[in-house]
Ligand binder design. Structure first.
Ligand SMILES: Cc1cc2nc3c(=O)[nH]c(=O)nc-3n(C[C@H](O)[C@H](O)[C@H](O)COP(=O)(O)OP(=O)(O)OC[C@H]3O[C@@H](n4cnc5c(N)ncnc54)[C@H](O)[C@@H]3O)c2cc1C
Length: 399
């Protein structure tokens, strides 16, 4: 017979990866009693490539985690090369917003560093707990979650706020009835695999008709090699091929023959993974007793490789809003969370628009022009984040 595992907290977070752990860490640093649960055990991987854009690196630096990420063996990347229309252009990453590098740590490493930082800040991080639904109080306000741990022991966590950091298919969003406030056509596929045995020169992008392929150097001299295409192309290639790996090779051969040629001297060290369809959508960010962060609240095609940076930005916006809302009256609470939604929607607008346009795969010159716009938008966001006060920094310094 299992006994009930029940406790009460300021904030209960469902999902403990880049969005959930970052939010838990910041709230704990601000002095709140936070519990975060994830059905996965850590360290564990998730389906995602993992280049962190300048704005995301700025967040890691501000939060004091960049050194740990680099110490994990993820190489500091200081060169970016674009290959398009028979030309290759390399540039060195210039110092801006306090960083002169990007980095592509494996998710099982990055997510574990974030979860450990949250735990160190005082958050209660519980892995192997699956949430089955949300609880409401007698006024209909979301007031907690229920689920079970791996042994089948029921878990009930009550909180003033329940945060859905539980990804695209967010149970919290569905249970709370979060409306989809913006939706755009979903048409993109992203597939990837890891390769070893040849040298990598920084991040590379290969732009071709109806595709963007690339290389993200990561731990242990390996690289994540990936390709984004319209879903229809990925599915048609898969139908013609004998296996996922053969289809991946055929797509690379067609879209990035230079890269495919180099990979003939390399060794594939993983199966081919990825997603064949990605929605582009924004959800309502909050309601009575609940809020969403990360992919749960905003999902976009991986063609811009920006979801981790989005999650870091929104984790901080939400942590600051919850800190203001905590202990305040109902109208101040609503105002603080409405401010979170407004800031998130404002911040995501430009990159979301560029992502949707890139995901429609316009001809190469237009695609390349959009990539330049993306770079400028990321630099602007990095500068804006770098100028913000760091949540909990004063408490950390005095603690
Ligand atoms: C193919 C692909 C490539 C990508 N490449 C990049 C890239 O290069 N750079 C980049 O910045 N972004 C990239 N992204 C986007 C990035 O992966 C996501 O934006 C990011 O993972 C979102 O993090 P999250 O914490 O919001 O959600 P997730 O990473 O989805 O984590 C959600 C967590 O919630 C947990 N969970 C869900 N339901 C429950 C439940 N009921 N109970 C308990 N736990 C639950 C899950 O176990 C999971 O650990 C890519 C995405 C894809 C699909």
């Amino acid at each position: 017979m299992h006994t009930l595992n029940r406790s009460r907290h300021d904030v209960v977070i469902v999902g403990g990866r880049v969005a959930g752990s970052a939010t838990a860490m910041l709230l704990a640093r601000l002095g709140h009693d936070v519990v975060a649960v994830d059905q996965a055990s850590f360290p564990s991987d998730t389906v995602s490539t993992h280049s962190i854009a300048r704005s995301g690196v700025v967040q890691l630096r501000r939060w004091g985690l960049l050194d740990a990420v680099l110490a994990s063996g993820a190489p500091a990347i200081r060169q970016v090369t674009f290959h398009a229309l028979g030309e290759s252009v390399s540039r060195t990453i210039r110092p801006k917003a306090g960083v002169d590098l990007v980095v592509a740590p494996r998710r099982y490493v990055l997510d574990t560093i974030l979860a450990a930082a949250a735990q160190q800040a005082g958050a209660d991080m519980r892995h192997g707990v699956t949430v089955a639904g949300v609880q409401r109080d007698r006024y209909g306000r979301v007031a907690g979650i229920f689920g079970h741990d791996r042994a089948g022991t029921p878990v009930e966590l009550r909180g003033r706020y329940v945060i859905g950091a539980d990804g695209l298919r967010s149970l919290v969003a569905r249970s709370a009835g979060a409306a989809i406030s913006q939706t755009r056509p979903a048409g993109g596929a992203t597939q990837y695999a890891y390769y070893a045995g040849i040298p990598w020169n920084g991040i590379e992008f290969f732009i071709a008709e109806r595709s963007l392929a690339g290389v993200f150097p990561t731990h242990g001299t390996q690289a994540c090699v990936w390709i984004c295409t319209p879903s229809a192309d990925a599915k048609a290639t898969r139908r013609r091929a004998g296996s996922r790996a053969e289809a991946f090779g055929a797509l690379l051969e067609r879209s990035a023959p230079l890269l495919a040629e180099r990979l003939r001297g390399a060794r594939r060290t993983s199966p081919v993974q990825g997603v064949l369809r990605q929605p582009n959508q924004v959800r309502q960010a909050f309601g009575p007793g609940w809020a969403l962060v990360g992919d749960a609240g905003y999902y976009r095609d991986a063609v811009t490789g920006y979801g981790i940076s989005d999650a870091f930005r929104d984790a901080e916006l939400l942590a600051v809003a919850l800190d203001q809302a905590h202990g305040a009256g109902k109208s101040e609470e609503t105002a603080a969370l409405a401010c979170y939604q407004e800031q998130r929607d404002q911040a995501l607008r430009e990159v979301f628009e560029i992502t949707c346009r890139l995901g429609a795969y316009p001809p190469v010159p237009a695609f390349t022009a959009l990539q330049k716009q993306l770079s400028a938008a990321i630099d602007a966001e990095a500068a804006a984040l770098a100028s913000r006060p760091v949540p909990g920094e004063r408490l950390l310094a005095t603690g």
